[in-house]
Write a protein that binds this ligand. Structure first.
Ligand code: ADP
Ligand code: MG
Length: 699
C-alpha cells in the first residue's frame, strides 16, 4: 500500500472501493488532498453524553445503549416503499426507539445485545420519544477520546461513519502540505499552520482549536478570493494611472461652506475620499448610505477638492428630476466659489452649446446631468472626478465610458491618466456582499443619520386589525397628511399558483374610496402608461390625492415630505430590502411617520422579517438579515459572476475577517503585484489556479 500523500488517489484508502470512489468523485473528491479540503458541515458535541432516561425532546444528545430488539413494522405510508426498521435500545436507565426509514444493511449491523454510541435529536412521536436516523458507532470502535465529532455533507450511498473514517485516514497527509501562507501574514494574523488547521478542522481536540482552525481556513479562503479579485482589477487598470489632486483641502475646510456640521460618518468618508484623491492612483470608491444620510454633501466635498486642485468634475444622476434637484442644491452651496452647470438631453440646443463650450474651455467646474454627459461630442478641458448617483441604474459600460472621458483628445491631461471615480448608492448592500460584487471598488459607508430625524414607528398587525389601520389612515389625512398603501397584486385573480387571500391594488382602492369618504384615493400600478403614472404621481406630490394605492412601482426618488403613513398589505410577500425601501418613502418631513405591515402569515421567515422591520431602521442591518435569510447566491446571482465558490467562508457571517483579508491582500499586492517574491509565490500559485477559469468578473 502506498504512503498516504495529498496527491494519493482516494481508492488507496481502506474501505474506498470503486463504487464509493465514484460517489466521492461526484462531490469533487478524487484525492486524499480533496478529502482534507472537504470540511465538515457541522460538528457534534459528544461531551453531552447522557443516559437514556435523561433524553429530552428536541435536544441533541449522545448516549450509549445496547440493542434490545429489532423489528420491521410496515406503516401506513410504507406501501411500495421499504419497510422501516425499528430498533429498541436500552442502557439500564430506560429504553428508546430508533427508526431507520431506509434500512439497507441495518439489520445486519443492529444485532441483539450489541452496544453502540448514538447521537441524534429525540422527537416525540405518538407520545413517546424516538430518534430517526441517529448517527451511531459500535461502542468499542467509538472514538471515546474525541469530544467533538465532524459531520460531513453526504451524498446518498455514503454513510457518515465511513466518510468520517476516510477523513481520519487522510490526516497524515495534512503534515505533508507545504505552508503557502506568506510568513509575514501568518505572523501578523496569528494563523495556525495549514497542517495543524487541516487536522483540527476535521477532528478538533476542543472548541478553541476548532475556532482557530476555522479562522485560518476562512481567512485564507477570503484572502485568496480578494487577492484574485484585486489582481483582475490591476490587470484591467494596468497602464492607467490617476493624477494626484494636490490642493490641501481637509474635510474641515469644506465643512465651513456647509450650513450644518458633518456627521461623524460623513467626516470619515470625506477623509477616505480625500486620501484617495491625493494619491496618484485613480480613485474607485463606492459610497453607500441610506436615503437621507447625506451623500450629496460628501460628493460636494470631493468636487470642491478637485476644483481647488484645478480639475473639473461631473455628477451623473439617473433622471432629469434628480439632476435638477442636485443643480439647485449645489449651485446654492458653491455660489461665488465654483461654476456649476446642467447638461441634460432635454435641453435646448443653444443652452447645451454654451455649457459644452464651458466644459471644453475649462470655465465650468462642475457639470451635473444625465446620460447626455456621456455623449462623444462632450469634451472636457481637464476632467478629474466622475461621480455617479444611484449607480445601480447605470451600466458598467457607461461608468467606464465616463471614466475615460479624461483621456480624450483635446484634454490637457496626460494621455494615460483616468479620472477619479466616486459611486454613490442608497441601496444598502451588505458589506460582505459588496466586497464580492464590487471587488474593484473601495467601499465607504455612511452609517449615521444627520441629527433630528424622527424614527418611523413601525408595527406589524394581522388583518383582523385592518379596520383600525384604515381608521388611523383617515385620522392622519384629517390632520392634512397623506398615505401610501401598497398591495402585492394589481387586480384580484384566481390564477393557479397565486395564493388565495392576496390583496390587489384595484380592490383596495375601491374599498378605501368607500371608507375614506370625501377623500381623494388614487391608483398607481406598473401596467399604466408612463404619462398616466406621471399625472397620478404629480397629483400626489401636489397634495390633491390623499391616499395613493399602488403596487411596488413607487418611483425611486419621489419625495413627498407630507406623506406620513405607509401601509403594506400582505407584507409576507415582500422581501426585507423591499419593505425597507418602501418604508423609506415616509419619514421625510418634520411630522412623525408610521409604517404598518399587515400580514396573517405565520411562516417563520415572514415573522422574522416583520420582527426585523419593527426592531430596526438600519438599512445595512436589514440588508445583512436579508442576506443571511436568503443566501448571497439567491440575492444577486453571485455564482453567475464566475467567482470561485466558497468552501468554508460565509460572506454573511465573516464580515470582519473579509475586511481584514482585503487589507492584507492590498498590502501584499502593493509590495508584490504579481506575487512572485519567494515568500509569496506559493500563495500566488494557489490564487492562480483558483481563478483559472475567471478571466473577467462581469459586474
Ligand atoms: P442622500 O444620502 O439620500 O442623497 P442627501 O444628501 O440628499 O441624502 O441629504 C438629505 C438631507 O439631509 C438634505 O436636506 C441635506 O441637506 C441634509 N443633511 C445632509 N447632511 C447633513 C448633516 N450633517 N446635518 C444636517 N443635515 C444634513
Ligand atoms: Mg441622494
Amino acid at each position: 500500500m502506498p504512503e498516504i500523500r495529498p496527491e494519493t488517489d482516494v481508492r488507496f484508502i481502506v474501505g474506498v472501493g470503486p463504487k464509493k470512489a465514484a460517489l466521492l468523485a461526484g462531490i469533487g473528491i478524487t484525492t486524499v488532498g480533496d478529502l482534507l479540503y472537504s470540511f465538515p458541515r457541522t460538528y457534534e458535541d459528544r461531551r453531552k453524553r447522557v443516559t437514556i432516561e435523561a433524553l429530552r425532546e428536541g435536544e441533541a444528545a449522545s448516549f450509549k445503549g445496547k440493542v434490545l430488539s429489532i423489528s420491521k413494522k410496515p406503516t401506513y405510508y410504507a406501501k411500495g416503499k421499504k419497510t422501516p426498521l425499528h430498533v429498541l435500545v436500552g442502557d439500564g436507565t430506560g429504553a428508546v426507539e430508533l427508526v431507520f426509514f431506509n434500512p439497507k444493511y441495518m439489520d445486519r449491523i443492529f444485532t441483539q445485545g450489541r452496544a453502540f454510541v448514538f447521537f441524534g435529536v429525540p422527537q416525540r412521536v405518538r407520545g413517546k420519544l424516538q430518534l430517526a436516523h441517529p448517527d451511531f458507532e459500535v461502542a468499542e470502535e467509538s472514538a471515546e477520546g474525541r469530544p467533538i465529532m465532524p459531520v460531513y455533507a453526504l451524498k446518498s450511498g455514503l454513510v457518515q461513519r465511513e466518510v468520517r473514517r476516510w477523513h481520519e485516514a487522510a490526516l497524515p497527509a495534512a503534515g505533508m502540505i507545504d505552508e503557502y501562507m506568506p510568513r509575514s501574514v501568518a505572523q501578523s494574523e496569528k494563523l495556525l499552520s495549514i497542517s495543524r488547521a487541516l487536522v483540527d478542522i476535521h477532528f478538533p481536540p476542543n472548541r478553541e482549536s476548532l475556532a482557530q482552525a476555522r479562522y485560518r481556513l476562512v481567512f485564507e479562503e477570503l484572502l485568496m478570493l480578494q487577492t484574485g479579485l484585486m489582481r483582475l482589477k490591476l490587470g484591467r487598470e494596468s497602464g492607467q494611472r490617476g493624477e494626484s489632486k494636490t490642493a490641501n483641502v481637509t474635510a474641515k475646510d469644506f465643512e465651513a461652506l456647509l450650513p450644518f456640521p458633518f456627521t461623524g460618518a460623513q467626516r470619515r468618508v470625506v477623509s477616505e475620499v480625500f486620501a484617495d484623491m491625493g494619491a496618484n492612483r485613480a480613485m474607485n470608491r463606492l459610497v453607500q448610505g441610506d436615503v437621507g444620510s447625506g451623500k450629496t454633501a460628501v460628493a460636494a466635498a470631493a468636487v470642491y477638492k478637485a476644483a481647488r486642485s484645478g480639475y473639473q468634475s461631473v455628477l451623473m444622476a439617473p433622471t432629469e428630476i434628480l439632476a435638477s434637484q442636485h443643480l439647485g442644491g449645489l449651485s446654492a452651496l458653491f455660489e461665488g466659489e465654483l461654476n456649476v452647470a446642467l447638461l441634460t438631453s432635454g435641453m435646448a440646443t443653444a443652452g447645451r452649446k454654451t455649457v459644452m463650450e464651458g466644459l471644453s474651455d475649462g470655465s465650468v467646474d462642475l457639470a451635473i446631468g444625465t446620460h447626455a454627459l456621456i455623449q462623444p461630442d462632450v469634451v472636457f478641458s481637464k476632467l478629474g472626478l466622475v461621480i455617479t448617483d444611484e449607480q445601480h441604474r447605470f451600466g458598467v459600460n457607461q461608468r467606464i465610458a465616463l471614466a475615460h472621458k479624461g483621456t480624450g483628445s483635446g484634454s490637457r491631461q496626460a494621455r494615460d491618466a483616468v479620472p477619479d471615480v466616486l459611486v454613490m448608492t442608497a441601496t444598502p448592500i451588505p458589506r460582505s456582499l459588496a466586497f464580492v460584487l464590487y471587488g474593484d471598488l473601495d467601499i465607504s459607508v455612511i452609517d449615521e443619520m444627520p441629527p433630528g430625524r424622527k424614527k418611523i414607528v413601525t408595527r406589524a398587525v394581522t388583518s383582523s386589525k385592518r379596520e383600525a389601520v384604515y381608521r388611523f389612515v383617515g385620522d392622519e389625512i384629517a390632520k392634512g397628511r397623506q398615505a401610501y398603501v401598497v398591495a402585492p397584486l394589481i387586480e384580484d385573480t384566481d390564477e393557479p399558483g397565486i395564493p388565495a387571500g392576496l390583496r390587489s391594488a384595484r380592490s383596495l382602492k375601491e374599498e378605501l374610496t368607500g371608507k375614506l369618504t370625501g377623500r381623494h384615493v388614487a391608483l398607481l400600478h406598473g401596467r399604466m402608461k408612463p404619462q398616466e403614472k406621471d399625472e397620478v404621481m404629480q397629483s400626489f406630490v401636489t397634495g390633491r390625492v390623499d391616499a395613493l394605492v399602488s403596487t411596488v412601482v413607487i418611483e425611486v426618488g419621489v419625495n413627498v415630505p407630507n406623506a406620513t403613513v405607509m401601509v403594506i398589505e400582505n407584507a409576507e410577500r415582500f422581501g426585507l430590502a423591499q419593505l425597507h425601501q418602501l418604508r423609506g418613502r415616509v419619514g421625510r418631513g418634520a411630522a412623525q411617520s408610521y409604517c404598518v405591515l399587515i400580514t396573517d402569515s405565520d411562516s417563520t421567515h415572514a415573522q422574522a422579517r416583520a420582527r426585523t422591520m419593527t426592531e430596526t431602521d438600519d438599512g445595512f442591518r436589514i440588508a445583512e438579515m436579508d442576506l443571511s435569510m436568503r443566501g448571497p447566491g439567491e440575492l444577486f446571482g453571485v455564482r453567475q459572476h464566475g467567482i470561485p465558490s466558497l468552501r468554508i467562508a460565509d460572506l454573511a457571517r465573516h464580515v470582519r475577517i473579509a475586511e481584514k483579508s482585503k487589507a492584507v491582500a492590498r498590502r501584499l499586492l502593493t509590495d508584490d503585484p504579481m506575487l512572485v517574491k519567494p515568500g509569496n509565490r506559493a500563495l500566488g500559485d494557489r490564487v492562480e489556479s483558483l481563478f483559472r477559469d475567471v478571466t473577467e468578473v462581469g459586474l
